[in-house]
Ligand binder design. Structure first.
Ligand SMILES: *[C@@H]1O[C@H](CO)[C@@H](O)[C@H](O)[C@H]1NC(C)=O
Ligand SMILES: *[C@@H]1O[C@H](CO)[C@@H](O)[C@H](O)[C@H]1NC(C)=O
Ligand SMILES: *[C@@H]1O[C@H](CO)[C@@H](O)[C@H](O)[C@H]1NC(C)=O
Ligand SMILES: *[C@@H]1O[C@H](CO)[C@@H](O)[C@H](O)[C@H]1NC(C)=O
Ligand SMILES: *[C@@H]1O[C@H](CO)[C@@H](O)[C@H](O)[C@H]1NC(C)=O
Ligand SMILES: *[C@@H]1O[C@H](CO)[C@@H](O)[C@H](O)[C@H]1NC(C)=O
Ligand SMILES: *[C@@H]1O[C@H](CO)[C@@H](O)[C@H](O)[C@H]1NC(C)=O
Ligand SMILES: *[C@@H]1O[C@H](CO)[C@@H](O)[C@H](O)[C@H]1NC(C)=O
Ligand SMILES: *[C@@H]1O[C@H](CO)[C@@H](O)[C@H](O)[C@H]1NC(C)=O
Length: 823
């Protein structure tokens, strides 16, 4: 082929322009990622774009950056992007390209987890339900139908990313990409086909030619060219299977998710910091928090069974976008401390020294400059340690279950158990001046059920069918209806209806009358029995089955059964005579009439009343409310309601179930950060609704015309106490250890209005009950007031000089400043 020389020059110029100005080279070896020739330590955090709104993204990204992150990681959510085969949606908060561009604008890197299996406590693990119905398909294994769909979707996302120049190789933010997810844990369940599939995934991914490395989480036999990474609460002992792969932690579980009926989990900042410091002490070079902002499972996106609407995850940025303090601040300081050693840690020579009792000093020495960086860890759960590194000169107090970071192996720059960040006590404010009567008035409509009460569905079968096979999850609801002819009335007057269901919730009606309900405790199958009375002649049995999120995890989770599949359903009459009606003629109807008629739409309601019905099943409620002033996040309190779904101005904010109460025991009075974390540790909110407050994103609200909240109440509730609040910081408390720079900050434009307590000395107690210790600097309070009162934020240097207390003894470990202030 011939080509003109001027063309060659233009092309050459274009390529060199790209190469010089934008392309970022990402490579790696066993020591670290190497970005544009520099060995890097990367702190990253997961933020799932559909779990917040476009309007929230910039603020969340900024908070991640301010928190010392280098990168943001997210999955791609296949089921939302391809709701129907080859019909794509990348609008609004599904605009992942915009999300990544915002990350880039903020100067951060990004990690792209295409999955396309997501897990993520996301409905059906992120698989579209139409996949489930494709003939011959088997998900996540060596199956041609599935592999074809997976490869088409993966290429679609990669091509969109390439078009938008999102990969670092094109000058974009994406430095790493992932294929499949945590397959290593469940591969055994698929036999040899699983192994073949995993290898195919690797080849398919590598063939996409994205110019940045690929990884697989928890795949300890990851093929050549793919980095296997760790997911877990602690990853210090993890080693990648390939010696040329850097040690990376793609999911540091910073908290935990919550199911309906569970207590709220809490993982302390001290323990998360400990896990991170241990990881870097042991050669880690990339840490991604799962989650950095958890957010909200809007609509019916929550996985299952029973994943709750709030996906707060106890993450550093809370569900609403507020800082979760002290966790956010403590980790910010940890990131800064570890970054001091970036050069030495990624290219140094490591030596460990054992002090006994699980105390270890790890020294990294730069091979080039001779510079040193140390971690001094105490993995003992109970015993604090005082460690002399140098003939009595350097005595370090290393509390139990903590790591001290020593810059130059001499200067303590951080200890994971010494928290120098404020605790923010959040409050939910009710501004009644915006609701003149202080109460909401309600309009309501019953769910129309004439058809289903008469047994009239859309199609019939002589079998009890699986729920999601029929609904394809377009609704939580499926009606199963049949008619039974009774000749001998006396045998069936006092009978029992017995239904075996695979879950999750069942309501039953006989001859148009409600006869009982039951829900599964944790989302598995159950047997429901209720007394019924059948009459002579035709009897109509109507069953409404509801799902609460489809399974998202486990071997072949996609095949987990829902609904009354197979039953059996029996009627038990006099003398235990049993009639199996599983194979009667069953009539089916998918979804609610109210869903079809769009009763979640504000225009469907006109007049309202002060006395809406209470405890009424299958009822739609609507109320009008003004937008709370200011910028603080808005929540709606649904205590008193039963179970259902909520919409704001026609947009779903998720399922609600405040009548689902968390167990009344198992909450720790004192949360001890020491010892290995597990989800049962440090629970709170025992005996209360597992979720009472529901996030109302401000972008769902109208500023002038007012707003409509619609509730579909499935099991019966009382809307009298439903109210709107804003979430903001009430009180802030902090301890600052000697030498620290303590930052205090209110939220938004609010200022510190009162210093309730301040003591530099050896103060005792906790937030809300601080006390002066055996001594204090006399002017503690006046000094703090001068620095902080009336300010949005302030910095306090916790030193003897600053508090004019140079005369005091040298009790270094006990000197600290305690402050309690009001915003
Ligand atoms: C340290 O540097 C020397 C000389 O450059 C090199 O031969 C050696 O392999 C390096 N050691 C390590 C552990 O990198
Ligand atoms: C580093 O530590 C050594 C002794 O451990 C000390 O002599 C030196 O001054 C320190 N350097 C810096 C920059 O702090
Ligand atoms: C309550 O709402 C009124 C009217 O919108 C506003 O002026 C006031 O500042 C609000 N108060 C608080 C505490 O937010
Ligand atoms: C129905 O059966 C229950 C127990 O199985 C019994 O207690 C009740 O008296 C019976 N009622 C009638 C009307 O037979
Ligand atoms: C019916 O069955 C139940 C439980 O299976 C049993 O306890 C009861 O005694 C039986 N009644 C009769 C009349 O057989
Ligand atoms: C119902 O039909 C299925 C499938 O034909 C069969 O396996 C089952 O035994 C039947 N059950 C009853 C109670 O007849
Ligand atoms: C509403 O709140 C009041 C006061 O806290 C309480 O007594 C009442 O039980 C609540 N009603 C409902 C339906 O939750
Ligand atoms: C505090 O004031 C008292 C009396 O004015 C004085 O005796 C004491 O030394 C002061 N303490 C400190 C720590 O400055
Ligand atoms: C310093 O510590 C010693 C021993 O723990 C104690 O006796 C002394 O009172 C402390 N001094 C101050 C100023 O707290």
């Amino acid at each position: 082929m011939s080509s003109s020389s001027s063309w060659d020059k233009i092309v050459f110029f274009f390529i060199s322009f790209l190469g010089l100005c934008s392309a970022i080279e990402v490579s790696y070896d066993g020591k670290s990622l190497i970005i544009n020739g520099e060995r890097r330590i990367i702190f990253s955090g997961a933020v799932h774009y559909p779990r917040s709104t476009e309007e929230m993204w910039p603020n969340i990204i900024q908070k991640a950056k301010d928190g010392g992150l280098d990168a943001i990681e997210t999955y791609i959510f296949w089921n939302h992007h391809e709701p129907a085969r080859r019909k794509y949606d990348f609008s609004e908060n599904l605009d992942f390209v915009k999300f990544f561009k915002l990350i880039q604008q903020a100067g951060l890197y990004a990690i792209l987890r295409i999955g396309p299996y997501a897990c993520a406590e996301w409905n059906y693990g992120g698989f579209p339900l139409w996949l489930h119905k494709m003939p011959g398909i088997e998900l996540r294994t060596d199956n041609q139908v599935f592999k074809n769909e997976m490869s088409i979707f993966t290429s679609k996302i990669v091509n969109m990313a390439k078009e938008a120049k999102l990969f670092a190789s094109q000058g974009g933010p994406v430095i790493l990409a992932q294929i499949e997810n945590e397959y290593g844990n469940i591969m055994w369940g698929y036999g040899d086909a699983g192994k073949a599939y995993m290898k195919w995934c690797a080849q398919m991914a590598l063939a996409q030619n994205i110019g940045v490395p690929w990884f697989m989480c928890q795949q300890d036999d990851a093929p050549e060219g793919i980095i296997n990474t760790c997911n877990g609460y602690y990853c210090d002992t993890f080693q990648p299977n390939n010696p040329n792969s850097p040690k990376m932690w793609t999911e540091n579980w910073i908290g935990w998710f919550q199911k309906w009926g569970q207590r709220n989990p809490h993982r302390t900042g001290e323990d998360v910091a400990y896990s991170v410091a241990r990881f870097f002490q042991n050669g880690g070079v990339l840490n991604n928090y799962y989650m950095y902002h958890g957010g909200t499972n809007f609509g019916r996106s929550a996985g299952g069974p029973y994943i709750m609407t709030s996906y707060d995850y106890d993450a550093p940025v809370d569900e609403y976008g507020n800082l979760n303090q002290p966790k956010w601040g403590h980790l910010k300081q940890l990131h800064a401390a570890i970054k001091l050693g970036e050069k030495i840690l990624t290219d140094g020579i490591r030596v460990d020294r054992d002090f006994g009792s699980l105390v270890t000093l790890t020294t990294y020495t730069s091979n080039t400059t001779g510079g040193r960086f140390c971690f001094l860890s105490n993995a003992n759960e109970h015993q604090d340690a005082y460690i002399d590194l140098k003939d009595g000169n350097d005595k370090y107090f290393v509390p139990a279950w903590s790591v001290t970071i020593l810059d130059n192996c001499s200067k303590e720059v951080f200890n994971t158990a010494k928290v120098n960040s404020q605790t923010s006590i959040m409050v939910k404010k009710n501004n009644y001046s915006e609701l003149p009567t202080g109460k909401l008035t309600w309009a309501w409509r019953p769910e129309a059920m004439k058809d289903t009460m008469k047994g009239m569905g859309k199609f019939k079968s002589n079998q009890l069918l699986e729920q999601k096979d029929l609904t394809l999850d377009v609704s939580d609801y499926l009606w199963y209806m049949t008619t039974i002819n009774i000749k001998d009335e006396s045998a069936w007057k006092n009978a029992t209806l017995r239904v075996n269901t695979q879950g999750h919730v069942l309501h039953s009606f006989v001859n148009k009358r409600f006869v009982g309900s039951e829900f599964s405790q944790w989302g598995n199958g159950f047997t429901f029995e209720t007394p019924i009375s059948l009459k002579r002649g035709r009897n109509i049995i109507t069953l409404l089955s509801a799902t609460v999120g489809l399974a998202n995890y486990g071997v072949k989770f996609d095949l987990a059964k829902t609904g009354i599949e197979g039953g059996p359903i029996q009627l038990i009459g006099k003398n235990n005579v049993t009639m199996d009606i599983s194979n009667s003629s069953w009539s089916y109807k998918i979804g609610l009439n109210g869903e079809v008629k769009r009763l979640y739409d504000p225009s469907m309601y006109t007049s309202s009343t002060n006395n809406p019905p209470v405890g009424r099943r299958m009822t739609w409620y609507a109320t009008h409310f003004k937008t709370p002033s200011g910028t603080d996040p808005v929540v709606v309190d649904l205590q008193g309601m039963g179970k259902g779904e909520a919409w704001i101005n026609g947009q779903s904010i998720g399922r609600y179930w405040p009548s689902m109460i968390a167990s009344s025991d198992g909450c720790d009075e004192e949360c001890d950060y020491r010892g290995a974390y597990k989800p049962e540790k440090c629970n709170y909110n025992c005996g209360n609704p597992s979720q009472r407050w529901y996030h109302v994103p401000r972008s769902f609200l109208n500023n002038n015309q007012g707003n409509t909240l619609v509730l579909f109440e499935e099991i019966g509730g009382n809307p009298q106490n439903v109210s709107f609040r804003t979430v903001t910081i009430g009180t802030i408390c902090a301890y600052g250890y000697e030498g620290a720079l303590l930052e205090l900050s209110c939220q938004g434009e609010k200022t510190i209005s009162e210093i309730q307590f301040a003591s530099f000395g050896d103060p005792q107690g906790k937030c809300g009950s601080f006390q002066k210790g055996s001594w204090e600097a006399n002017n503690s309070k006046a000094i703090v007031e001068a620095a902080c009162l009336g300010k949005e934020n302030c910095e306090l240097s916790v030193t003897r000089e600053a508090f004019s207390a140079s005369g005091i003894g040298n009790n270094a470990t006990t000197i600290r400043l305690a402050v309690q202030a009001l915003c």
